[in-house]
Design a protein around this ligand. Sequence first.
Ligand code: FEO
Length: 389
Amino acid sequence: MSARKIKNDIYSVGVIDWDRRLFDELIPLPDGTSYNSYIIKGSEKTALIDTVEPDFAEDLIKNIKDSDITDLDYIVANHAEQDHSGSIPQILEIYPNATVLTSKKGKDMLMNLLELDEDAIEVVGHEDNVSLGNKTLEFIDTPWVHWPETISTYLKEDNILFSCDFFGSHLATSDLYVADEDEVYRAAKRYYAEIMMPFRKVIKSNLEKVENYEIDMIAPSHGPIYDNPELILDAYRDWTSDDVKPEVVVPYISMHGSTEEMIDYFVNKLIEKNIKVKPFNMSKMDLGDLAISLVDASTVVLGSPTVLTGPHPLAVYVTYLANALRPKTKYASIIGSYGWAGNMVEDIVGMLDKLDVELFEPVMAKGKATDKDFKEIDRLVDEIEEKMK
Ligand code: FEO
């Protein structure tokens, strides 16, 4: 790939990572990703906005040279995580006079993570301006999208917001701009669910901050550029709002079929009542698909058998992650079974300390569910239906 022109003197010089399938050794990337980086050439000075994952530094350097610049005055590090900052040392080797512009916290992190020399870094604050001659960069504090140090950079004369992770999507595509809105919406929602959702309230306030600017284009550091910014601004307004949708998410696992029989019954009862329900078999699901469902759903019901004295380990894993992701879920319950004893309900409930949920009385069957247990599931369905009214 080579540099791609966005407007006069503004180029996309990042790389596409078609093959990456896991981020942080945790988050599935079914569609790969990109590490976007941008050159802004002013009449007097030139800036590079973010770099790329260090494995791709050579491609970035080639693209920068291809954008026809002779020197680099600034490297803006919006975010210190290595997929955006990791190539700064290689860029500084080629352009040793460039100054790294970042937030105060970003400076500490870059010195710590990349061992950058303190003298190479200049701290910029909220609403500070840096002139490139006929173009001006303004910095906006947008912390916790998902690290505490992150800033966004606004190019005033062209109304472009360079937002780094904020508004990004893990999507490897040859489209420089959003072409398939549905595809990008889903990838951006997955990205929001997996890394932004725990910080929903701060992200909402960041959103309000950037809405004060006139924005013609949002250029994130993952995924395609939004030349219709309202697509992603609207989506973030929705995802960060306090509103939930009348949907039931059902992550479940079963060993010998007792729990599965109860979950099937529960799901079918909800369908009979026209309540939207999405079951996820934890042994087969994509974690990102579950995370997407948690963005909006009002209700989560976990299904698990008892293993030894507690929940199935996959149910522990999913409960831990759901608690850490802090979705705006309002109601929760548990459907499960046990052989002779156990503390599954107490163990699961004890792991939900970060969620502000009302718990419906769980349904626990001894072995295979009896008529009495199915009646209890009917009661649970009725309670859910009542809340959804
Ligand atoms: Fe794309 Fe937080 O790094």
